[in-house]
Design a protein around this ligand. Structure first.
Ligand code: ADP
Ligand code: MG
Length: 341
């Protein structure tokens, strides 16, 4: 196996929510948004990261590019740890690691033309380029992402949501990064447009040999783009596996619950025997359950789950669960009757 592009170990991000009380000696309340995450990313690989809103996906992404303070390590392919770099040191890596954000219009400066928006990172990271060279590269990149290069002087509000996301992708790609982190890049788009943007990313990823981290809250969105998928819950990795394995043979009850919520175009599909309900809301990461953080919503939870934190186990397919494996029909029926009650 080649050396990973990125090797993340025990990554943690803790936010302080201020004092827990009015007295000066009250301890500050801590929120563990990312709570010990491990994964590797190979060159040219696409890793999907999924989990409900509040699982810590965006915070994880922000930690990798130095936008929030983190503990643990994230070793880049050159051996450097990205965690704890000063903003100045991080600049050297920001050319190689680009981000695409969720809300395409809000993430583009409304007072800049599309040409200026796409050129900005290029001018920042390669100040020696001539204006003519920058313009040539911007126009070529616009065509590459399916925009018309004669629209270079237009403003973001003149474009649709899908086109704005193409602008965001062009801006990320213009500096020829090694990794693009896409944080829910299609969540704000119509379903019909989502597939177009995902297909564009797949095509560009193959053409340019990039690595992608593709964040979504829904397993169906990452299915076709991901080589591997990481399932996150309350700041922790529940399961990580090659896509084909994860979808065909999910081991963690949380993954199974997420997967069973994905609509299946199968006339024989019977929700009564296949859909695992997910009870209740995500607990607060400032007061997570003891032991396995998923146990309060897990139909299979037992005493051990409250006392012992499960660690990720396995080789290519890893699961953090004391009682992994597919649900039986009896378990599903029981979980559904509890929900109905
Ligand atoms: P996701 O992207 O999976 O929806 P986030 O990473 O945005 O999750 O958030 C994870 C948790 O961290 C949430 O409980 C959120 O409220 C909290 N959080 C995120 N950013 C901050 C911050 N700057 N200060 C305090 N809490 C935060
Ligand atoms: Mg998010």
């Amino acid at each position: 196996m080649t050396r990973p592009l990125l090797d993340v170990h025990d990554l943690r991000v803790t936010f302080s929510l201020g004092s827990g009380g009015l007295l000066p000696w009250s301890k500050p309340r801590l929120l563990h948004a990312v709570n010990g995450v491990d994964f590797t990313l190979q060159p040219g690989e696409t890793l999907g990261i999924v989990g409900e809103s509040g699982s810590g996906k965006s915070t994880l992404a922000r930690a990798l590019i130095g936008l929030v303070d983190a503990q643990g390590s994230a070793e880049w392919v050159d051996g450097k740890d990205l965690i704890g770099l000063s903003p100045g040191q991080m600049m050297a890596y920001r050319n190689d690691i680009q981000m695409v954000f969720q809300d395409p219009l809000a993430s583009l400066n409304p007072r800049m033309t599309v040409g200026q928006i796409i050129a900005e990172p290029l001018v920042t990271h390669h100040p020696g380029l001539s204006r003519a060279e920058v313009k040539t590269r911007v126009k070529a990149m616009m065509e590459k992402v399916g925009l018309l290069s004669n629209q270079i002087n237009r403003y973001p509000h003149e474009f649709s949501g899908g086109q704005c996301q193409r602008i965001g992708i062009a801006r990320a790609l213009i500096v020829e990064p090694k990794l693009i982190i896409c944080d829910e890049p299609v969540s704000a788009l119509d379903v019909s447009i989502q597939a177009q943007v995902i297909n564009l990313l797949i095509r560009l990823q193959q053409e340019l040999g990039l690595s992608l981290i593709f964040i979504a809250h829904d397993l169906s969105v990452v299915k076709h783009i991901s080589d591997r998928v990481l399932v996150m819950y309350l700041g922790k990795v529940m399961e990580i596996a090659p896509s084909a394995d994860l979808y065909a043979d999910p081991q963690h009850p949380y993954t199974q619950a997420l997967l069973s919520a994905v609509p299946v175009p199968d006339p024989d599909f019977d929700p009564a025997t296949s859909v695992v309900p997910l009870h209740g809301e995500l607990p607060s990461p400032s007061n997570p359950p003891s032991g396995c953080v998923f146990r309060t919503r897990c139909p299979r939870a037992q005493a051990r789950c409250a006392s012992e934190v499960p660690v990720l186990q396995g080789q290519a397919h890893q699961t953090a669960c004391h009682f992994p494996g597919p649900f039986t029909e009896a378990e599903i029926a029981k979980a559904r009757s509890t929900e109905a009650a």
